[in-house]
Design a protein around this ligand. Structure first.
Ligand code: HEM
Length: 483
């Protein structure tokens, strides 16, 4: 038999727990949340650990040092993404940015994303949308003051409305439907589905109902997005679009499509796949961050008071929070950083895959190995973080950690070539709602719950949200001038 040029047989795979035939380590992944199970396993087997998940040879990265090797030093080798059945179906064959194979196509659309769609200028151009939507939220909360409100649901809907206006120019008629479709898709795409563990048994995608479910969702989301694209195209042809500075994302993409000259033409399929990334990557992640930040502040009244004092001081006499003031909210920025350390919306980032054989710390990582990076565990690593489990925003006061993945012990947005391109968009959707909620209202827990008893249980999913919705009682802030 002709042997392929493969692995140096003197080098071993990284250590890992004992494996069963056929299922490997799958049985070890049940019982708790994946990021917690994987952290506990890594505590026994090390920060570079090998797992066999069904057919999928997987390494799990659980320290900043190994993350640096994988995401930066050998960044090119680990810049690919593995096949995830449901997402592949829903992105028209991984034609979006997040799931696209590392190569020229990905490079082209990633560039469109960073140069056209998600630039600081573009994000800023959506300020009026954010202002209007958050003001409407404040108004609705204000009319319910004194009684418990489901803040989680309100924030979730707010983020979708803002994203919808940025992407489509308005809150689309099918807004509720689309956000529920995106929600379901994200659940299907966790990559921890049986069909994803046994890719050579494509039949499993059918038996498990995954393929049918994904195709039904695709049909729904495709219709909504295609209608929107058609409307925009008609608008472009009759030139009834708004001023250039305020173009929505679909319009920007259609203009690029019409301009042509790209190595890979941008058809409607690609546009739909990219728009789906904006919602899938940017919806629940941002709203869940606001949710966790409010939850942490409710558990830590000292932090709540300090953040509230800051925004009320900075915006004193203005009657509201404008985006220019946001830059001055230094403490709120620390609160957000600390929230993303303890509650990274993607605790396991998005999976990577190796494109060729590689050696790390003397261990062999074969080509096509799936790579899980446990950002949640890295952010709580007691070697790097003192009192790692404590919510303490001040820890970032003298720290060089930023959102750009420069320090690998802090990577809520990932690092290296595949780092999240939506950081500015995300932050703007987190900062303004938080600042306004703090500025306009005082907050209490319902039913006399003591702040230290607020339940912080996490839910299972690709994004790590609260298990139970956050229910709080708002009180309208008394008139500023009488304070
Ligand atoms: C708090 C909010 C967000 C968090 C925590 C977050 C986090 C992440 C993470 C961890 C990755 C994978 C990075 C890696 O593999 O190294 C990612 C990728 C991505 N994110 Fe975000 N994200 C957020 C919001 C957004 C928003 C608002 C958008 C778009 C408007 C967005 C668009 C994307 C895209 C397109 C990718 C794929 C990049 C690629 O594969 O080249 N994200 N994000």
């Amino acid at each position: 038999v002709k042997k392929m040029k493969t692995i140096d047989s003197t080098k071993k795979l990284p250590p890992g727990p004992w494996k069963l035939p056929f299922i490997g380590n799958l049985h070890q992944l049940v019982g708790s949340l994946p990021h917690r199970i994987l952290r506990d396993l890594a505590n026994q087997h090390g920060p570079l650990m090998h797992l066999q998940l069904g057919e999928i040879s997987t390494i799990v990265v659980s320290s900043a040092e190994i993350a640096k090797e994988v995401m930066i030093t050998h960044g090119i080798i680990f810049a690919d993404r593995p096949y995830v059945a449901a997402l592949d179906i829903l992105t028209y064959g991984s034609r979006d940015i997040a799931m696209a194979h590392y190569g020229n196509y990905w490079r082209q659309i990633r560039k469109i994303c960073t140069v056209e769609l998600l630039t600081a200028k573009r994000v800023q151009s959506f300020e009026s949308f954010r202002q209007e939507e958050v003001s409407a939220l404040v108004k609705s909360i204000s009319s319910n003051q004194g009684s418990p409100i489901n803040l989680s649901k309100k924030i979730f809907s707010l983020t979708y409305r803002i994203t919808s206006r940025a992407a489509f120019g308005n809150v689309c008629n099918d807004h509720e439907l689309y956000s529920s479709v995106v929600d379901e898709i994200v659940k299907l795409g966790s990559g921890f589905r049986v069909a994803d563990m046994y890719p050579s048994f494509r039949v499993l995608e059918r038996i498990s109902g995954l393929r049918q479910k994904a195709e039904a969702l695709l049909q729904k989301s495709d219709k909504i997005l295609q209608d929107i694209i058609n409307e925009h195209r008609a608008g472009l042809e009759s030139e009834i679009i708004g001023e250039e500075a305020k173009e929505d994302l679909v319009t920007v993409l259609l203009k690029i499509q019409q301009l042509g000259g790209l190595e890979f033409p941008l058809t409607d399929k690609e546009i739909k796949a990219i728009i789906w990334d904006i919602f899938g990557g940017g919806g629940e992640t941002s709203s869940t961050s606001v949710d966790w930040a409010m939850s942490e502040m409710m558990r830590n009244p000292r932090v709540l008071k300090k953040a509230q004092n800051e925004v009320r001081q900075v915006c004193h006499g203005k009657g509201d929070v404008d985006e220019a003031s946001i830059k001055e909210l230094k403490y709120l920025a620390l609160v957000i950083k600390e929230t993303l350390r303890l509650h990274p919306p993607f605790p396991l980032l998005l999976p990577r895959e190796s494109r060729e054989n590689c050696e790390i710390n003397g261990y062999q990582i074969p080509s096509k190995t799936k790579v899980i990076i446990n950002a949640w565990a890295i952010g709580r690593d007691p070697k790097h973080w003192s009192e790692a489990e404590t919510f303490y925003p001040e820890r970032f006061l003298n720290s060089s950690s930023d959102f750009k993945g420069t320090d690998l012990e802090y990577i809520p947005f990932g690092a290296g070539r595949r780092i999240c391109p939506g950081i500015l968009f995300a932050l703007s959707n987190i900062e303004l709602p938080l600042a306004k909620l703090l500025y306009h209202f005082d907050w209490e827990l319902p039913n006399g719950t003591r702040h230290e008893d607020l339940d912080m249980t996490e839910d299972f999913g690709v994004t790590m949200s609260r298990k139970d919705d956050l229910i709080l009682i708002p009180t309208n802030r008394i008139n500023e001038s009488t304070e």
